[in-house]
Ligand binder design. Structure first.
Ligand code: ADP
Length: 478
């Protein structure tokens, strides 16, 4: 039995607490109390081992504040071990272990910390049971029993660690600097005081290395110190472009759309299946590998007229309407003989060559247009002779677009919707939507919206200079 007096000496903590790591220069960090984990861990990046006077050290950088990549603390500590730690997904990762002091409220003691660079910008530190042993009791229904640290105090504590005056360093990863969308993004970035550069995806190259991962640009310029990238990867460069975005992400550099979300949105069949699995409607679609059952496949989508879509192929040119069953069969067989992967889809006749393009940014529909195909045509997306006009959206259409972007994991998405008798149906979710038409019709600064989303994600604020002589409030717990 545990003695009453012993119990009274224990610190009671909630499921999250404010602590500090004074020896490595972290004055406040919100930790997740996780008694399910043995060792405590700290999110770190640019982790480098080195030795000084025969002793092994590790230097690393920490974003100590959740959701804020502008505040960076550079740390150094002696390595006491190197361990393989299994994450909740069961994958082992080799991590450095350091010993450092942990301070919670008015008590301080040494703990072991592993350094991990898996970064989802969630809690910056997990407090495991080894660090709590004999000292803490957890009441999971509470939070911040050791006191809260307010945002003013955070600003003061991290003032010197926050890059704020010079703007962000942003890379636009694309292929054609003359495209209107790319020019607008460059302009919007500069207007807002950032240093934004255009990087041709194919001119970037990378070094995969556990200790010193790098990304270089034509001629050897190092791109490791960017704050964020805005990827606009051309469909034919999806494979290389996504590898590049992944490399930026592994360096802790924020990407407006993640590599994973881009690559899955580029797989048309996967996307349609994924949307359906999440209960989102699409036109009835058929897909087959064998040419033997073409007839039945056509029946599946209610016969002719039907739409045949090439899964890989020339952008905006692989979508064909077969008016009759015979035409459908010939088309499917011809494409198949060329080893092309294709899907067939019911033709939404009642749309009369119209579709909607909704731009979703950070879970909001920020603009929308209706596209109308040229007379006698059915493809409404960006073809010669098409017209683009403003449109009033229904609540259902808005919700559908927001959910589609969310399900695909895209921060920025161009969602194509077709109005059918059954209600709005999703045609496609695009990870690099063009801005030109949408800006022209709406008159909105949509490129600016993309940049402000990057600012928000990085916790970057355009601040007025602190007047000289203004005394700081004395940092104290609330
Ligand atoms: P992509 O963007 O690769 O060219 P989409 O699937 O978006 O291919 O189709 C292009 C255009 O064709 C759409 O914008 C829409 O106007 C028209 N369209 C596509 N699928 C259908 C369909 N099932 N029924 C009617 N029209 C369609």
């Amino acid at each position: 039995m545990i003695e009453r007096t012993e119990l009274a000496q224990k610190i009671i903590v909630g499921s999250e607490e404010w602590c500090s790591l004074p020896q490595i220069g972290i004055p406040a960090i919100k930790v997740r109390v996780d008694s399910g984990a043995k060792t405590s861990s700290l999110h770190a990046f640019n982790i480098r081992a080195f030795s000084r006077a025969g002793i092994n050290y590790v230097s690393f950088e920490v974003h100590p504040l959740q959701g804020n990549r502008r505040t960076i603390v550079r740390c150094e500590a002696e390595i006491i071990d190197k361990r393989v730690v299994k994450s909740s997904s069961g994958i082992g990762e080799k991590r450095y272990v350091v010993k450092t002091a942990l301070r919670h409220h008015d008590q301080q003691w040494d703990i072991e910390l592993t350094l991990t660079n898996r970064d989802s910008m969630g809690y910056r530190m997990l407090l495991g049971r080894e660090a709590m042993n004999g000292r803490m009791l957890v009441d999971p229904s509470c939070s911040f029993l050791g006191g809260k640290v307010g945002s003013n105090q955070i600003d003061q504590l991290y003032h010197q660690h926050t890059r704020e005056s010079a703007g962000l360093r942003i890379g636009l990863l694309a292929s054609n600097p003359d495209l209107i969308s790319n020019q607008r993004i460059m302009e919007a970035g500069e207007e807002r005081g950032h240093r934004i550069r255009f990087y041709d995806v194919r001119q970037c190259y990378m070094k995969l290395d556990a200790e010193h991962p790098e990304i270089h640009y034509r001629g050897g310029k190092l791109l490791n110190n960017l704050d964020a990238v805005i990827p606009r990867i051309r469909p034919d460069l999806t494979f290389y472009g996504c590898a590049l975005v992944r490399q930026f992400e592994s360096l802790g550099i924020y990407s407006l759309n993640s590599a994973q979300s881009i690559s899955q949105s580029r797989d048309k069949l996967f996307s349609l299946q994924h949307l359906l699995q999440h209960g989102l409607p699409i036109p009835t679609t058929g897909f087959a590998d064998s040419p033997l059952d073409t007839d039945d496949l056509i029946d599946m989508v209610n016969g002719a007229p039907l739409v045949v879509k090439l899964l890989e192929g020339p952008h905006h040119r692989g979508v064909v309407l077969a008016e009759s069953r015979n035409a459908g069969e010939s088309l499917i067989n011809a494409f198949r003989s060329l080893q092309a992967n294709l899907l067939v889809q019911e033709f939404i006749k009642e749309a009369e060559g119209r579709s909607l393009r909704l731009l979703v940014v950070d879970n909001k529909v920020v603009s929308a247009v209706e596209r109308q195909a040229a007379p006698g045509h059915f493809r409404s997306n960006r073809q010669e002779g098409n017209s683009v006009t403003a449109v009033r959206l229904s609540v259902e259409e808005r919700k559908l677009a927001i959910r589609a972007a969310k399900v695909m994991g895209l921060k920025v998405a161009g969602v194509d919707i077709i109005r059918s008798r059954k209600g709005p149906l999703l045609l496609e979710v695009n990870s690099s939507p063009s801005l030109g038409d949408l800006e022209d019709v709406s008159g909105k600064d949509l490129a600016g919206t993309l940049i402000s989303t990057v600012e928000k994600q990085l916790g970057w604020k355009r601040r007025l200079a602190t007047p000289v002589g203004t005394p700081f409030e004395k940092p104290a717990r609330e």
